[in-house]
Write a protein that binds this ligand. Structure first.
Ligand SMILES: Nc1ncnc2c1ncn2[C@@H]1O[C@H](COP(=O)(O)OP(=O)(O)OP(=O)(O)O)[C@@H](O)[C@H]1O
Length: 348
């Protein structure tokens, strides 16, 4: 059965700043699926290609190679007309709602626009729909008369979510939707997204650099490094028992409230990732992109790109992972409670 969203070997390149250098492969051979009603988290450090994937799905950036399909239809190079038609199925929530909401429009007008574009929706029906949407995202009716500047950051993000949901999309690309919010507001917005998903059956491609946030909302997680998938699988497996040294480093970097545990985690992180300057230098060689930072490298890691292998429900791209013994430190639980959140990843 076809997925709601499917990326197959997606590559996106950007022109290099200098004329002589090769174009940057910001996304390189990424494959993933999002099923209806599911949340797939896309996590990685800054520059790993997360937003580029989101933009390619939305048709804002061109794919250089590979295929993007939505509900079985190839949309990789969809025309503007097809994209316009897709807008009712495919929506986005960005990190900064202030820049994506029109500051001179009251919120009611912003929400009315997509509703009135729908055939057969008159002003009266749109008004009722706006009240329903505001209630769904936990805002009072009179929010419709206020301008974006009169809301807090968390409330503005609720407005952005309401606007995305106004057209009853089947998939929302959430690009760092909570990164600009304080921790307690983050939790409220995450819980809101999860509740709306349970009610409406909408799917999310949820992009964030914080693995704790991603784990809390996602059913499945895809870990990106330099545009390539390092590890993917059920959120609980990937985030609680990370196998790839890079995922282990990401998990160990997530803060925990206890300073003693934090110290132990820092030790794990140091053991997981080399932090030397030389190691931070980009490699575009034939090997594993993580090799310069990895403490487990062998010769093959420098010469050959690792192919994804399946270990239980997880897919890993690592030459050094041995399903029997793992890496020297893989599989062992990280010290202390797992990063924020009280669940073990969400069940589909
Ligand atoms: N328009 C662009 N032109 C040239 N290079 C770009 C462009 N957009 C992104 N890049 C580069 O592509 C790579 C991936 O960027 P991208 O923004 O997708 O990563 P990200 O994981 O979303 O990071 P962040 O969380 O910082 O946004 C980075 O090296 C970035 O500098």
């Amino acid at each position: 059965m076809s997925a709601l969203l499917e990326l197959s070997d997606l590559a996106v390149t950007y022109p290099a700043p200098g004329r002589r250098s090769a174009p940057l492969r910001a996304v390189d051979g990424v494959s993933l699926r999002v099923e209806p009603g599911e949340t797939v988290g896309l996590v990685g450090e800054s520059g790993s290609g997360k937003s580029t994937i989101g933009r390619a799905v939305l048709g804002l950036t061109r794919a250089a190679e590979g295929r993007i399909s939505f509900d079985g239809a190839d949309i990789t190079r969809a025309s503007a007309r097809v994209r316009r038609a897709l807008a009712s199925d495919l929506q986005v929530v960005f990190q900064d709602p202030y820049s994506s909401l029109n500051p001179s429009h009251p919120v009611g007008k912003t929400l009315a626009e997509p509703l009135l574009r729908r055939k057969g929706t008159g002003r009266e029906r749109a008004g009722a729909e706006i009240r329903r949407l505001l209630a769904a995202v936990g805002l009072p009716d009179d929010a419709a008369d206020r301008h974006p500047a009169r809301f807090s950051g968390g409330q503005r993000q609720r407005v952005a979510i309401a606007r995305a949901l106004a057209v009853s999309p089947r998939l929302v690309v959430c690009d760092e939707p909570v990164s600009a919010l304080d921790v307690s507001t983050q939790a409220q917005v995450i819980n809101l997204l999860a509740a709306l998903q349970a009610e409406l059956g909408v799917a999310y491609l949820f992009i964030a650099h914080d693995i704790a946030v991603v784990r809390h909302i996602s059913h499945r997680v895809v870990v990106l490094y330099r545009g390539r998938v390092m590890e993917s699988g059920p959120a609980a497996e990937v985030c609680l028992r990370p196998s790839h040294p890079y995922t282990r480093a990401l998990v160990a970097a997530a803060p925990v409230p206890d300073p003693a545990l934090q110290r132990k985690r820092r030790q794990v992180r140091r053991a997981s990732v080399s932090t030397s300057t030389a190691a931070a230098v980009a490699v575009d060689g034939p090997g594993c992109p993580f090799a310069p930072r990895c403490p487990h490298t062998a010769e093959v890691c420098w010469s050959t790109r690792p192919a994804p292998t399946t270990v239980g429900q997880v897919e890993l791209s690592c030459h050094r992972y041995d399903p029997g013994s793992g890496h020297p430190d893989a599989g062992a639980p990280l010290p202390g409670p797992s990063p924020a959140g009280n669940g073990h990843g969400r069940q589909p």
